[in-house]
Write a new protein. Structure first.
Length: 258
C-alpha cells in the first residue's frame, strides 16, 4: 500500500502558467518545440485546463511542484490536442512516485483462480482511476519514450473498457481497417521480437499484448514517428486519423526531421 504524503488540487482554470516552467516543460519533450504557431497556444490552453481539473498526489516524500505538474500536463495534453480534454473526463488523479515503484496486483481468471503479481513499473493507468507515474521518468522523455504519453494512451484505450488496443474510434473511421492494420503489425512485431530482429521500430515490450502495442506505438507516433511510419505505415495512418494529428509532417515542417 502507498502512503499519501502530499495532495494538491490543480490551479484555477483562468490562472496563467508559470512562463519559465512552461518553457522548460516544452523543451523537455523534444517533439513539442515542433508545434505550429496555432498548436502552441492550443496546447497551453489544454494544459491550463488539465492542471485545474486534476488532483495531484505525491508518494514517498515527493512534493509535485509546479515544474513537475507542468511536465506531466504538457505531455499528457499532446495526445488530446486534436481530440479535446473531454477524452480524459473519466479520471482526475495523478499519482506521482519519486522514481520507479513496485506494483502488486491480485486478479481472478476466467476459471475463478486468483493470481497475484508483483513487479517494478515506471507508470500505470487504472481504469477510471489514477494515472500513476514515476517523476524521474516524466522528466526524462526521449525519442520513442514518454511514460506520460504511454499511460495516457492506455487511458484513451480504456474508454472502451479493457486496454486492448481498440480505443473508441471516430464515426468517420473504419473499425475493420483499424483492426486489420494493428493485427497485422502486432503479428509481424511479435515474430520480430522472437527472432531478435534488428528492424523493430520501438521497444520489444510492445509484444506483450495488443494494448501495450497501442500504447508503445502511441509513444513512437508522437516522439519518434519516422521508424513507425516506415515499418508500419498502415498503423501510422490509423493513428493519424484517431489522434487527428500528423507528427511526422509537423516535425518535418519544423525542420526537426529530414
Amino acid at each position: 500500500m502507498f502512503r499519501l504524503d502530499r495532495f494538491w488540487r490543480g490551479s484555477r482554470p483562468g490562472e496563467p502558467l508559470n512562463t519559465l516552467h512552461w518553457h522548460e516543460a516544452m523543451a523537455q519533450c523534444w517533439p513539442l518545440p515542433g508545434l505550429s504557431a496555432d498548436e502552441r497556444p492550443a496546447l497551453e490552453a489544454l494544459a491550463r485546463q488539465f492542471l485545474a481539473s486534476r488532483q495531484w498526489e505525491g508518494v514517498g516524500g515527493l512534493e509535485p511542484d509546479e515544474a513537475l505538474r507542468l511536465a506531466v500536463a504538457a505531455q499528457a495534453c499532446l495526445p488530446v490536442l486534436g481530440l479535446g480534454l473531454d477524452w480524459y473526463d473519466d479520471w482526475v488523479t495523478v499519482l506521482l512516485y519519486p522514481s520507479g515503484f513496485v506494483a502488486r496486483h491480485v486478479w481472478e481468471d476466467e476459471f475463478g483462480v486468483v493470481h497475484e503479481e508483483e513487479g517494478p513499473l515506471v507508470g500505470e493507468a487504472w481504469e477510471r482511476g489514477p494515472l500513476v507515474l514515476s517523476a524521474e521518468d516524466v522528466q526524462t522523455p526521449e525519442p520513442g519514450f514518454s511514460v506520460v504519453i504511454h499511460e495516457c494512451a492506455h487511458k484513451l484505450d480504456m474508454r472502451n473498457g479493457d486496454a486492448n488496443g481498440q480505443p473508441p474510434l471516430h464515426a468517420d473511421m473504419d473499425a475493420g481497417a483499424w483492426a486489420e492494420a494493428f493485427s497485422e503489425a502486432w503479428g509481424r512485431f511479435t515474430e520480430g521480437v522472437e527472432a531478435q530482429a534488428d528492424w523493430l521500430p520501438f521497444d520489444a515490450y510492445a509484444a506483450e499484448n495488443p494494448g501495450e502495442f497501442f500504447a508503445v506505438a502511441s509513444e513512437a507516433f508522437f516522439t519518434d514517428p519516422a521508424p513507425l511510419n516506415e515499418t508500419f505505415p498502415a498503423v501510422y495512418a490509423q493513428m493519424r486519423e484517431f489522434y487527428r494529428q500528423d507528427p511526422l509532417a509537423r516535425l518535418r515542417r519544423a525542420g526537426l526531421l529530414p
